[in-house]
Every structure is written in C-alpha cells, then in structure tokens.
Design a protein around this ligand. Structure first.
Ligand code: PFF
Length: 462
C-alpha cells in the first residue's frame, strides 16, 4: 500500500482504461490509419487490421500491461526483475519514448494551430495552397506551438497519475468520442456534384482486390502491422508504466479488450469521418494524398462545405488535439516514471527537468523545417527531415526489434505462465489464453523478424 500510494495509481478499471485508451488513441488513429486504409484497398486493409488487433495487438498489449502490474515498475526495472540479464531490453525500451518525445509535441503543435484557426473563424485560410508548408517552415510560429504543447503536457505529468493523467483522460476521452461520432455521421450526409457521403463510405469499407499481387498484399500486411504497434502504444514501455499503476482488483483480461475496442473503434470512425468527405470533394484521386491528408486535403474539404465547414473543422481539430495530448502525456509519463525509479528522484523535480529538456528538443525538431532544414536519406528509400528521422528510428527500427526480443523473453525464458498468472489474479478467466501462448512463443517472433527486415530495408537486399 505504501509503495502504491507513493508511486500513484489509477482509481480503478474505468480510470485505467480511459488513460490507456488515451495513450493509444492519437495521431496514429486519426491521421495515419485513414490514409493507410485509403492507400491499401479500403475494406481489405480493415479486415487485415482487425485480425491483427485481435491476435498481435492483444498479445503485445497483454504482455506489456501484465508485466507492469506484476512488477510494479517501469520498463527498465520491470525487465531487470524478469531476468537481470535482460536489463538491456528495458534500457532499449526506455529509449523509444525518449526519442518519440522529441517530435510528438511538434505534431501536437501543428494540430493545435489548425484548431485555433478553426475556432477563430480562419478555417478558409488553412485551405489555401502552401498554407501548411508555410506554417511549418515559419521558425517563430511553429516553435511557439510546439513549445506550448510540450509545456501543457509537462503540467499534466507534474500533477501526477490520478490528478493529472487520469482526470485529464476522464474528461477528454468521452468528449473525443462524441466529437468523432459527430464528424463521422456528418460525413455520410454530405454531397457534392454527383457524389455523396454514402458512396464514399462504401469505397472505405469495400475490399478492393483489383490488381492485388502477393507483393502488394505483403506491403499491406506490413503497413497494418507497424500501424498496430504505433496505434496501441505497445513495445515502447508506455503500457508497462501504465500497467504498474493498476490495482490488483482490476480485471486485466477485460481491460485489454476494452482498450483494443476503444482504439480500433476510434480508428475506424476516423476513417469514416475522413475518407467519405475526401471522396465526395476530390473523388478517388483525393485518396492518394498520403500523409498530407490531414493538414492539406482535409482543410480543403472543410472549406468546400461552406458555413458548416468551420464548425466541423473545429470539432475535428479539437478532437485531434485531445487525442494527441493524451498520447503525448503517456510518452512523457513513461520517461518520467523510468527516471524517477533509476535516479530515485521525486515527480515534481523530474518533470521540471524533463520539461525543460524536451521543450528545447521540440524546438530543435520544429526548426527542422526552417533553420535546421536538411534532407536525410533513410534506409527504406525515403528522404526525410529531423522529425522523420526520429520517427523512423523509434517506430521502424526499435519497435519491431523490441517486440521481437520481448516475445522471446516471455515466450521462451520467463515463459507465458508468468504473464498468465498475473492476468488470472483473483480468479479472473483469461479468455484467449491458448491464443496468447501460441502467439507469444511462435507467431510473434517470426513475424517480427520479417517486419524488422522490411522496415530497415534489409528485406529487399536479401
Ligand atoms: N498510440 C498513439 C497513436 O496512435 O497516435 C501514438 C503514440 C503514443 C505513439 C505514445 C507512441 C507513444 F509513445
């Protein structure tokens, strides 16, 4: 009890699920998922993604949360406790949020800027050609927004687990859900020329297998897989930290299912909000907008909606700010919790130091589009700026590698019963136990190797 109150904890099942869903639901759901679905054949991507959530997602999420609760520690301490020889895996895992934190607030700043535009009635301006690139390459404005978002995140962490993280998620997640449902339903009723929202919705959910080759399917599979890691916030120590704040009476089996449903539900709704609108106003060609979908195509769609465009745009970007803020909070919390354990420091001082470090880091990354502009060739054949480099290292290289090692550790060294025992605490029934064992021992390690080779560009060299 002493240990629990000193570290802080979530008040119960709902508080934990909302906070974990807050971490999981972020730019990944709202911006990345819809553009991948548009690119990878609509319904086909959705089916593959759903299967992966129920198998891989469930396995990795259960492992992370149960590890956290069982050890009561964050990644470094937790892996050390599992097996002292595997401390390096904890340290490696710790570095994922350390890297993500350098750029997540920058994206949060971009979204906040758009939200402010819509709330102040300047949504039309945001639809102009070159608006987004002019904003990110403006060294003053982009830096102010990034720093603001970072400071806001640090303030929540400073307030602690219950008063900061949980109360923030308890307020923001339900509002987010209402807003995304509103925008998604609205998009079904729009029409323009001879196209309407319902047709767009069918484009979104109908599996498009025209011209499908094995190679294309493999690339879809890998897109869906890396999206899954990012979206569920697994293999980066975040869910280990959050798991460590969960009380023993919480039913982990149910909590994992609820987080999966929340995260996937919001991703599906975000696709439903975005893809039909893009289809109605720009046709099938609009679907190929890629990463520019949210900041470039969507404002144009809102502008074409006339008067309602500003309202829908404001609702959409407010929802996106909430989603990004609750995720950003979880990234900083994972770093803070590890630092507190390693340095035996207290929360306020730790947050203050990390807040300063990351405000500076966010400024540097935000300036990667102006003063520090550079073109970095990445091993997967793309060219990126500082932000893309950080994203590539954390998501494409480290996360698949960490998942691979953690499933080997759990599947073959500490054995699945270590996790299963924790899930079954208090007589809880672990519904997908057999699936968990097969996944963690056999399927995950093999697929992770393929994913790692693909995302580092090594697969094409073999
Ligand atoms: N899961 C969040 C999303 O889908 O946007 C993103 C995220 C949160 C990524 C926290 C990484 C992270 F550490």
């Amino acid at each position: 009890m002493e240990k629990e109150s000193k570290r802080g904890s979530f008040t119960g099942q709902l508080g934990f699920v909302l906070a974990a869903a807050g971490s999981a639901v972020g730019v990944g759901n709202i911006w990345r998922f819809p553009y991948l679905a548009a690119k990878d054949g609509g319904g086909l991507f959705l089916i593959v993604y759903l299967i992966l959530v129920l198998t891989f997602g469930f396995t990795l999420l259960t492992s992370d949360i149960a590890t956290g609760r069982k050890t009561g520690k964050s990644a470094i301490g937790a892996y050390t406790e599992m097996n002292p020889k595997w401390k390096f895996l904890g340290v490696l895992t710790f570095f994922v949020p350390v890297i993500i934190m350098t750029y997540y607030a920058v994206i949060g700043g971009w979204i906040t800027k758009y939200m402010v535009d819509y709330f102040t009635g300047h949504g039309k301006a945001a639809a102009a050609d070159g608006y987004f690139s002019a904003f990110i390459s403006n060294p003053v404005e982009s830096v102010i927004y990034a720093a603001f978002f970072m400071v806001l995140t640090a303030v929540v962490i400073y307030r602690g687990v219950e008063k900061g993280i949980e109360s923030c998620s308890r307020f923001m997640m339900p509002v987010l859900l209402v807003l995304i449902v509103f925008v998604a339903v609205y998009s079904l009723f729009i029409h323009h020329g001879d196209r309407n929202g319902l047709q767009g919705f069918l484009v979104y959910i109908t599996p498009n297998v025209k011209g499908l080759t094995l190679k294309k399917f493999l690339s879809l599979l890998l897109d869906a897989m890396s999206q899954l890691f990012f979206s569920l916030s697994v293999s980066m120590g975040i869910m280990i930290t959050y798991g460590s704040y969960v009380k023993k009476e919480v039913d982990l089996n149910r909590a994992v299912s609820q987080i999966e449903i929340f995260d996937t539900g919001v991703a599906l709704l975000a696709g439903m909000a975005i893809i039909p609108s893009i289809y109605v106003f720009s046709g099938l060609d609009g679907m190929n907008a890629g990463p520019g979908l949210m900041f470039i195509s969507l404002p144009k769609v809102f502008a074409s909606m006339g008067f309602f465009g500003n309202i829908v745009g404001a609702a959409f970007f407010l929802m996106a700010v909430f989603a990004t803020l609750t995720s950003c909070i979880s990234v900083l919390e994972a770093i803070t919790a590890n630092c507190m354990e390693v340095f035996h420091s207290e929360r306020h001082k730790t947050t203050l130091v990390l807040g300063i470090i990351y405000t500076i880091a966010s400024i540097v990354i935000a300036l990667g589009y102006s003063i520090f502009y550079c073109e970095i060739p990445l091993p997967n054949g793309t060219v990126g700026q500082l932000l893309d480099l950080m994203d590539y290292i954390s998501n494409s290289v480290m996360m698949p590698f960490i998942s691979l090692l953690s499933t080997i550790l759990i599947g073959w060294i500490v054995r699945p019963k270590w996790i299963i025992g924790e899930v079954e605490t208090g007589g809880v029934r672990f519904h997908r136990k057999q699936l968990y064992i097969v996944m963690v021992r056999f399927v995950c390690p093999v697929i992770m190797v393929v994913l790692f080779l693909q995302s580092t560009g090594l697969l094409s060299k073999l």
